[in-house]
Design a protein around this ligand. Structure first.
Ligand SMILES: NC(=O)c1ccc[n+]([C@@H]2O[C@H](COP(=O)([O-])OP(=O)(O)OC[C@H]3O[C@@H](n4cnc5c(N)ncnc54)[C@H](O)[C@@H]3O)[C@@H](O)[C@H]2O)c1
Length: 272
């Protein structure tokens, strides 16, 4: 690569010196992206409910020669959200990027569902992201800069059986993203939603290990394979970095061609 090309790319996409706070960082997608962002120069504040897990992740990142520290946070508890934000600001003086990754899911059809499941899923996936955004947003508005990446889902738009509550929460995330974008653009704070398609992680093991359900899903993915957490790296770096300086209030899908229509019909003629 030419030297000036490398310099320009580095200037656009570098996360050098940026403090990136991710909730749910020890999960399938979170752990991979935390390592990738740290290797792009970010100082990762890896947040999670279980301190031992995020501590282990932070140590792994440090062993790779990059920077990270653990943050204990339960996003279903507003006082825990506040404590986490305060501890990061106390340690680093700022938060440049927030990634609301924490989520849960339970696949139950509407007629079999109950209030407790509704409260748990929306409490973590929607209320948790909203109040984490409020807490970190307060700091970003004060510092007059910041980028928020709210992790939504393919299910923000398209349904699968049994994910009505999860989908409702992930649809709500898009409204939260737009609200943050229009209220905070004047303060230099951007907010965008990242919509992963079907990614193979512990959250989706149930789907990929069941031949009937994985066959159903593969038919709906043009690239005919599950996504890997690594597949989300490019979009995440773009949204976290200054390369997305004029992008706010929008959603970005990384789905191997699900929205496009999945695999083409067999019309008895080769597509080659
Ligand atoms: N895997 C997929 O196919 C897929 C598709 C679309 C969207 N997503 C979204 O991507 C994100 C990561 O998903 P994943 O597949 O890595 O799932 P995962 O279950 O592996 O990770 C989720 C993480 O959130 C954490 N978490 C749960 N409740 C929490 C709480 N109260 N406080 C703090 N942390 C909490 C979990 O401990 C876990 O580490 C989620 O927002 C998910 O909805 C995943």
């Amino acid at each position: 690569m030419k030297e000036n090309t490398a310099r320009e790319l580095e200037r656009l996409f570098s996360l050098e010196g940026k403090v990136v706070y991710m909730t749910g960082a020890a999960g399938g997608i979170g752990a991979v992206l935390s390592k990738k962002l740290a290797s792009c120069g970010a100082l990762m504040a890896v947040g999670g409910r279980h301190l031992d897990k995020v501590r282990e992740l932070a140590e792994e990142i440090q062993r790779e020669g990059n920077a990270a520290f653990p943050v204990e946070v339960d996003v279903s508890d507003l006082s825990s959200i506040e404590r986490a934000t305060e501890s990061i600001v106390k340690r680093c003086g700022k938060i440049d990027v927030l990634i609301t990754m924490a989520a849960v899911n339970k696949r139950v059809p509407i007629l079999h569902n109950d209030e407790k499941t509704w409260d748990t899923i929306t409490g973590i996936n929607l209320k948790g992201a909203y109040f984490t955004g409020q807490s970190v947003g307060r700091q970003m508005v004060k510092q007059r800069s910041g980028s928020i990446i709210n992790v939504a889902s393919y299910n923000s738009f398209m349904m699968l059986g049994g994910v009505g509550i999860y989908g409702a929460a992930k649809s709500g995330i898009l409204a939260v993203t737009r609200a943050q974008a229009i209220e905070w653009a004047q303060f230099g704070v951007r907010s965008n939603a990242l919509l992963p398609g079907h990614i193979s992680t512990p959250l989706t093991t149930q789907l990929w290990t069941d031949p009937k359900r994985s066959g159903f899903l593969l038919d709906r993915i043009a690239m005919a394979r599950p996504g890997k957490p690594e597949d989300l790296t490019g979009m995440t770096v773009l949204l976290a970095s200054d390369a997305s300086s004029y992008m706010t209030g929008m959603f970005y899908v990384v789905d191997g061609g699900c929205f496009a229509g999945g695999q083409p019909w067999d019309i008895g003629i080769s597509y080659e």
